[in-house]
Design a protein around this ligand. Structure first.
Ligand code: HEC
Ligand code: HEC
Ligand code: HEC
Ligand code: HEC
Ligand code: HEC
Ligand code: HEC
Ligand code: HEC
Ligand code: HEC
Ligand code: HEC
Ligand code: HEC
Length: 324
């Protein structure tokens, strides 16, 4: 981005006073004349601002597009109530200077603008930089180097800017789930399994747990770990417990598949197999489908949880085996 002159000039003005400012203006004006382009391209307002023509010009040919954009959050601001120089550029804030486009009568790929379309030759990084000039902070603090950034996912893969497609956040599809589902087909499909959290019912969404713009945690989680993420809603599982069940504080994902599973309670593996992955030979005989009746008592139909009910941890003085 090229910085335009006015702020430094003002700085100099306050430092050196009005007479010097006048002198400076004269000198600058002189320079401008020396560099001035040939007279046939002479001073239109567009030229004075470096190839920008203003949003009104676009309306003539892009009326319907303009009307849709004007109904969005950004459109309302940029076109009607711009608060700074960037917003004042209107359409050209994002598409870049359109003088060449307009003077050639417009058209696809005409005038070297950034179109953000699939065929746009502008590198993704450069397209994203357009958005990041205003949106780098807050949720996008860890965008650089994030899995999406480093795999060349564009802001516009997840956001449709020119019109409101979703009720909130200008998403590319009608909902977060559908937006993510464009690429993460398996995760969207997992929602259809018999046991799942209420994502497709609309009570929560992928961004309840993930920040798609980047985070400090693996798997783009919003919180510092898997468990911290789950505790935001399932606080009672945090404890503290007198008797902790070791795999629980380690990671809820030891036993649960957060995106959905065909086992009850979103368990990764059905019971009693789930427990027997880790508890091979303990006090209980563990041949789940054997004919040994001593063994059957503990497994068949009854499952381990019939007795070990407080599986996430117990506060009972004699709850070491999570039976109470
Ligand atoms: C905040 C950035 C931004 C601003 C401001 C903006 N655009 Fe766009 N424009 C985009 C993006 C991104 C796309 C790609 C499609 C999408 O996301 O909706 C696009 C696509 C387009 C397209 C081609 C696709 C289509 O829908 O036919 C046209 C034409 C267009 N914009 C014109 C305009 C005009 C005219 C204005 C001003 C009224 C404007 N744009 C303002 C970002 C912007
Ligand atoms: C003289 C008519 C005309 C004017 C004025 C005009 N355009 Fe276009 N523009 C077109 C035509 C025609 C197309 C191709 C058809 C389409 O995509 O709608 C086009 C396409 C575009 C595209 C898509 C480019 C691509 O490669 O897919 C963008 C973005 C765009 N215009 C932005 C603007 C902006 C921003 C302005 C105002 C600064 C503007 N246009 C002014 C006629 C014009
Ligand atoms: C000139 C600064 C600027 C640029 C460039 C810009 N935006 Fe924005 N954007 C804004 C402002 C201001 C808002 C309104 C914020 C608000 O109301 O809280 C906004 C709002 C949004 C929103 C939220 C909309 C909603 O309904 O909540 C999204 C998403 C967004 N911008 C995406 C983009 C994308 C993608 C690009 C690049 C194609 C982009 N922006 C370019 C300034 C900008
Ligand atoms: C992988 C998909 C994805 C990508 C890529 C993406 N976003 Fe988003 N963005 C979302 C989703 C989903 C939301 C809604 C957040 C929520 O539900 O809390 C959102 C919300 C936003 C918002 C409004 C709320 C807020 O956090 O301020 C802005 C602004 C925004 N995105 C800008 C951007 C910009 C700029 C880029 C590119 C650097 C970008 N996004 C890339 C998915 C994405
Ligand atoms: C345009 C395609 C696209 C969209 C849309 C998309 N992603 Fe991704 N996502 C990717 C790619 C590519 C990767 C990197 C995969 C890899 O490296 O194996 C990724 C990786 C991830 C990861 C794993 C990060 C890690 O550390 O392993 C998560 C979590 C994720 N995306 C969540 C989301 C969410 C949530 C959304 C919706 C808001 C979303 N994605 C939308 C393409 C997409
Ligand atoms: C309840 C919280 C939660 C929700 C909601 C959620 N995820 Fe995840 N996601 C996780 C956790 C936790 C992990 C890490 C799993 C692990 O470490 O085994 C993860 C991992 C991922 C990964 C990377 C690892 C992999 O298996 O490839 C992707 C991609 C992903 N999620 C996408 C999504 C998408 C898309 C949605 C929305 C449909 C979504 N997630 C909803 C918690 C969630
Ligand atoms: C944004 C809130 C939220 C977060 C974060 C969250 N959950 Fe949930 N979870 C819910 C809601 C809501 C339900 C449904 C409760 C109900 O139906 O009574 C649920 C249900 C469950 C169930 C029971 C499913 C069933 O079939 O009855 C399990 C297991 C579960 N969550 C595990 C997790 C794990 C593991 C994490 C962390 C990766 C997590 N949750 C993060 C909100 C959340
Ligand atoms: C050792 C395996 C294991 C681990 C680790 C585990 N769970 Fe569970 N969880 C289970 C089992 C088994 C059930 C079924 C309980 C039942 O049927 O009564 C369950 C049920 C649940 C339920 C639904 C019933 C209820 O008690 O509310 C939620 C919610 C839940 N777990 C959340 C979590 C969270 C959050 C974590 C991480 C802090 C976690 N689980 C870690 C095994 C585990
Ligand atoms: C990921 C491995 C893992 C899974 C799955 C698992 N456990 Fe554990 N469990 C452990 C570990 C590790 C301990 C602590 C052992 C120790 O302290 O010697 C433990 C302790 C126990 C104890 C207390 C034993 C003692 O000596 O203190 C019981 C009872 C128990 N688990 C039952 C279950 C049941 C029932 C399930 C299935 C719902 C289950 N576990 C699933 C790893 C697991
Ligand atoms: C009929 C009730 C019952 C069922 C079903 C049951 N257990 Fe137990 N379990 C117990 C009792 C009682 C103890 C002993 C507690 C004590 O010593 O006070 C125990 C102890 C344990 C211990 C601790 C062993 C040790 O070395 O101290 C583990 C681990 C365990 N059970 C795992 C399981 C697993 C895995 C299953 C499912 C295959 C299961 N239990 C099913 C009642 C049951």
């Amino acid at each position: 981005m090229v910085r335009r002159g006015s702020p430094p000039v003002l700085g100099v003005a306050s430092a050196l006073g009005l007479p010097l400012l006048l002198l400076l203006v004269l000198v600058l004006a002189g320079c401008k004349q020396i560099q001035a382009p040939p007279p046939q391209a002479a001073a239109t307002p567009a030229q004075a601002t470096g190839g920008y023509v203003g949003a009104e010009t676009c309306k003539a040919c892009h009326g319907p597009v303009d009307a849709k954009f004007a109904a969005t959050k950004m459109g309302r601001l940029f076109l009607n109530h711009p608060r700074n120089e960037k917003e004042r550029l209107g359409c050209e804030t994002c598409h870049g200077p359109a003088k060449a486009h307009v003077e050639s009568g417009g058209g696809k790929g005409v005038g070297g603008m950034i179109s953000f379309s699939k065929k746009d030759p502008t590198p993704v990084e450069q397209r994203n930089a357009v958005c990041l000039q205003c949106h780098e902070r807050t949720a996008r603090l860890f965008w650089q180097g994030s899995p999406h950034e480093s795999r060349d996912v564009a802001c516009t893969n997840c956001h449709t800017v020119m019109q409101n497609v979703s009720p909130k956040f200008q998403l590319a599809k009608s909902s977060v789930l559908e937006t993510c589902g464009q690429c993460h087909i398996d995760k969207r499909a997992a929602q259809q399994r018999s046991s799942h959290m209420p994502l497709r019912e609309g009570k929560m969404t992928c961004t309840s747990c993930h920040n798609p713009h980047g985070s400090v945690t693996p798997a783009l989680l919003k919180e510092n770990s898997v468990n911290e993420t789950c505790y935001t809603c399932h606080a009672e599982k945090r404890g503290p417990f007198l008797w902790e069940h070791a795999p629980v504080p380690e990671s809820c994902a030891n036993c649960h598949e957060p995106h959905g599973s065909n086992n009850e309670k979103m368990l990764k593996v059905g019971r009693p197999r789930l427990c027997q992955q880790c508890h091979v030979e303990t006090r209980h005989p563990t041949s789940p489908y054997g004919t040994d009746t001593a063994s059957l008592k503990f497994v068949l139909g009854r499952s381990c949880l019939n007795c070990h009910v407080t599986i996430h941890g117990s506060n009972h003085p004699s709850g070491f085996a999570f039976e109470r």
